[in-house]
Design a protein around this ligand. Sequence first.
Ligand SMILES: Cc1ncc(C[n+]2csc(CCOP(=O)(O)OP(=O)(O)O)c2C)c(N)n1
Ligand SMILES: [Mg+2]
Length: 215
Amino acid sequence: MTPEKAAKKNPVRARKLLRRELVEAILARRGDALVVTGLGTTCYDVFSVGDNPLNFYNWAGMGGAAMVALGLALAQPKRRVLCITGDGEMLMGLGSLATIACEKPKNLSIVVMDNEHYVETGMQGTHTGRGVDLAAMAKGAGFAIATNVTNEVAFRRALSLIHGNAGPVFVNVKVSPAQPPMTLPMRDGPYIRSRFRDALLGPEIAHPTMVPSAT
Ligand SMILES: Cc1ncc(C[n+]2csc(CCOP(=O)(O)OP(=O)(O)O)c2C)c(N)n1
Ligand SMILES: [Mg+2]
């Protein structure tokens, strides 16, 4: 069936998914989850629709988002950890899929906004536009759940997996390559880290030397 015929038959399914709307829907249900972003557009997506001290924005660091999220998931097993990243960022850190699959954190979900491009550096095509299937790679590594999402119905279904507790979960969402407005979070890495640690651990643990002792 041609895309035009598909659109006529079911306009909801045929519409190209818009990443910012999806990220907004994911964050609306986050509760007290810890959120780790990839660099570039996912960083801007998360900041623009859901800034929160429990967001850890990866500025320019490429390939490490899933591993940062794994570390948090292991350190904070009672908290849900969401990693929201891009296809280019995920492709750079593929080894992390193997490590995550071995560690099996139930509380970790990785969501890839797969636009098949490196937006920030000039829209070069990535491997996912040439047939590389990140969800199949995660499945092959041993993720409990790994799936591709290409329409809104499937995305709605995937939301409960993303927020469930049967991880590790890997959801690769095929999204429009259109670039949403660049809404940049604070650029100061130590500030982002301290804000995150304060919100997660409280000042007594995050800054023990700065809290006056009781004695
Ligand atoms: C190690 C490294 N290589 C290259 C870059 C340059 N760079 C910044 S953003 C980006 C593209 C990221 O692509 P993707 O994760 O798919 O994000 P999106 O398409 O959602 O913006 C690249 C290549 C970088 N920051 N670090
Ligand atoms: Mg991309």
